[in-house]
Design a protein around this ligand. Structure first.
Ligand code: UDP
Length: 310
């Protein structure tokens, strides 16, 4: 297939490009590089790969046939989308519209990278796909949450009205090599703080929970979803839930660090719990995560250790 990946130079986008090339597809990666990094694609040496520097909120022009589009462009770290609120709203809304327009024009399949943030600060734990969420539309996180909710609505409308073969993955916290060192998310923050002997900054009392999925598991789930007939959202994530304080302790243990833990203010609307209900992915895709934290974290720590001087 000839496949377009928006956000192809991002953390997940670049891993997705690798997997698609491995499967033998031709891949065109689009990215405006505001949070993506061309270096994530530098290892690719294939005539089947091309990169286009483009902002997908503007009209997307691709010559020739396109069989499938993955729409992965968006700032995804809370720090990034708080700094880039308008770009985040635009890529989720205008960017999704343009990517769907390309799918319609080319008769291509489409997969939207949505998010567990569509559940907001959830009042149900774990979160099944049937939960409609608890989102503050005007809070600082609303720029990401509402853009992705709009993107889901737009994707379903293109499916219903134009009959496009669309898919929606709700991605839960994911980690692994190629996260940006300073993207502000908890995994790069804690790992780099521990490696540098700096205090680990736990926001609030650290009792809020998250569930971390290793990137290869996530990409495998997305690849299966692409091949399925499912049009409604599917959660992909690792259901192993822990508090942020427990997570900080795990990082200290795995890095053999003697850093202390300090507490900083909890960001506004920071979800108190988050854990995917993956029953649907299990039944529909035969998917479940394989890589536990004890395996995925050491690989991730090694990645950041090898970049300590950069
Ligand atoms: N967090 C933290 N210290 C940090 C960065 C994040 O305690 O240095 C917390 C954050 O408040 C949240 C959790 O870790 O409760 C996960 O944050 P992240 O930014 O990775 O993404 P989120 O899951 O909130 O989208």
């Amino acid at each position: 297939m000839r496949i377009v990946v928006t956000g192809g130079a991002g953390f997940l986008g670049s891993h997705l490009c690798d997997r698609l090339l491995f499967e033998g597809h031709e891949v065109i990666a689009l990215d405006n590089l505001i949070t993506g990094d061309r270096a994530h694609l530098a290892h690719i040496d294939s005539r089947k790969f091309s990169f286009v520097h483009h902002d997908v909120t503007r009209f997307i022009e691709i010559e020739g046939p396109v069989d499938f589009i993955f729409h992965f462009a968006s700032p995804a770290s809370p720090v990034d989308y708080l700094e880039l609120p308008i770009q985040t709203l635009k890529v989720g809304s205008l960017g999704t519209h343009k990517a769907l327009g390309l799918a319609k024009a080319k008769g291509a399949g489409f997969l939207l990278a949505s998010t567990s943030e569509t559940y907001g600060d959830p009042l149900v734990n774990p979160q099944p796909e049937t939960y409609w969420g608890n989102v503050n539309p005007i809070g600082p996180r609303g720029v990401y949450d509402e853009a992705k909710r709009f993107a889901e609505a737009m994707t379903m409308a293109y499916h219903r009205v134009h009959g496009i073969d669309t898919h929606i993955v709700r991605i839960f916290n994911t980690y692994g090599p190629r996260m940006r060192k300073r993207d502000g998310r908890v995994v790069p923050n804690f790992v780099n703080q521990a490696l540098n002997g700096e205090p680990l900054t736990v926001f609030g009392d650290g009792s809020q929970t998250r569930s971390f999925c290793y990137v290869s598991d996530l990409i495998d789930g997305i690849h299966r979803l692409m091949q399925s007939d499912e049009h409604e959202p599917v959660n992909i994530g690792n259901p192993a839930e822990l508090t942020i304080l427990q997570f900080a302790e795990a990082i200290l243990r795995l890095t053999n660090s003697r850093s202390e833990i300090v507490h900083e203010e909890l960001p506004v609307d920071d979800p108190k719990v988050r854990r995917p209900d993956i029953t649907k992915a299990r039944n529909l895709l035969g998917w479940e995560p394989k890589v536990p934290l004890e395996e995925g974290l050491p690989t991730t720590i090694e990645y950041f250790r090898s970049r300590q001087t950069q």
